[in-house]
Design a protein around this ligand. Structure first.
Ligand code: NDP
Ligand code: OXD
Length: 314
């Protein structure tokens, strides 16, 4: 059987991170890198990418499947010309999910344990003892998106005694976690979320979901963590809700424009913590093995896991 061709469509600086492990793990694959020399488009069987240039994927006439480098596929499906009949496989990995859950626990605890307050006290050399305002069991965490990552984050937070609920399109059975489903139950879910974590995929339905109307339904002093996509958040609405005193603050890992421009006010807001889209990063060796296994299964005519439904967008 002729070698199959996998085209890597990533920014030039990312290419070596992926081509190295792929070359070792799948030596039988013919590996090409987009933008490196001329490309015979008819030779491409598979693509591995995260945010391909719009219009490019449709130029590959013999493409069999596209693998996403990340769990989120919004950067691929946002291309209006993406050929929706080509299977798109997203990256689902337990280590990635665990690291995401870890980030959620870290930032919930940072807020709950008032760590920023103690940081400021240290900067001023002040011994400011303060009691926690309430017990973890009385602190209600709400997770928007109770999927692979949301469900794990919910369980991890439950282990730290928080009172955790999740919201999704369909109802879920996650031990110890209250499940709210659909638009009709969103308000009730928000009304019991002292700490709100966004772990939704970015789709036309969820774009801009973190907006003034949603913030108004959270309890006073609620805290918001967005670890999904920048497109979920209306940044001006968040700043306004914090500055008005309704929300107590936020942690943001993802932004509408990445890298976050140096003059963006989120950087210097005293009640906002910014991290540079690092909650979890797909591990190249694990992802290379995932893609190599996926291609082998596809070639054997087997069905693949984690195929995205292009209609839903996740
Ligand atoms: P999943 O597809 O497993 O879960 C998505 C969840 O969102 C499901 O529970 C789904 O509900 C729910 N959902 C989707 N659309 C709606 C809607 N319109 N209304 C209500 N609920 C909805 O995704 P993952 O958990 O694997 O990943 C979530 C996101 O995390 C990714 O899309 C990505 O953007 C982000 N991410 C960020 C990273 C970072 O470093 N910051 C790293 C990895 C991922 P249902 O199951 O009922 O359909
Ligand atoms: C992902 C990401 O979607 O890294 O996996 O954001």
């Amino acid at each position: 059987m002729a070698a199959k061709t996998l085209l890597l469509v990533v920014p030039p600086t990312w290419a070596p991170l992926w081509s190295g492990p792929l070359g070792e793990i799948a030596p039988d694959l013919r590996l090409l890198v987009h933008g490196r020399g001329p490309l015979a488009v008819e030779e491409v069987d598979y693509v591995l990418t995260f945010r391909p240039p719009h219009g490019f994927i449709r130029t590959l006439p013999n493409l069999k499947a596209v693998f996403s480098l990340g769990a989120g596929v919004d950067g691929i499906l946002s291309d209006p010309d993406y050929p929706r009949h080509i299977p798109l496989i997203r990256f689902v990995d337990h280590t990635l999910s665990r690291e995401m859950a870890q980030y959620c626990v870290l930032h919930v605890l940072m807020h709950y344990r008032m760590q920023r307050f103690f940081d400021r006290a240290q900067a001023e050399h002040k011994w400011r003892q303060a009691l926690l305002p309430k017990r973890a069991a009385d602190t209600r965490v709400g997770i928007l998106g109770l999927g692979e990552i949301g469900a794990l984050a919910a369980q991890r937070l439950r282990e730290w005694d928080f009172d955790v609920a999740g919201w999704s399109r369909t109802r879920k059975q996650v031990p110890g976690i209250e499940s709210f489903a659909g638009e009709d139950e969103l308000s009730a879910f928000l009304g019991r979320s002292d700490i709100l974590i966004c772990l939704l995929p970015l789709t036309p339905d969820t774009r801009g979901v973190l907006n003034a109307k949603l913030f108004a339904q959270l309890p006073k002093d609620a805290f918001v963590i967005n670890v999904a996509r920048g497109g979920h958040l209306v940044e001006e609405d968040l700043i306004a809700a914090i500055d008005s005193g309704h929300l107590s603050g936020a942690t943001l890992d993802v932004f509408n424009t990445e890298p976050l421009p140096e003059d963006n006010p989120l950087w210097s807001h005293p009640k906002i913590t910014v991290t540079p889209h690092i909650a979890a990063i797909s591990e190249p060796r694990v992802a290379a093995q995932y893609v190599a296994d996926g291609i082998a299964r596809f070639e054997r005519g087997e069905t693949l896991d984690n195929i995205v439904d292009p209609g839903r967008g996740y």
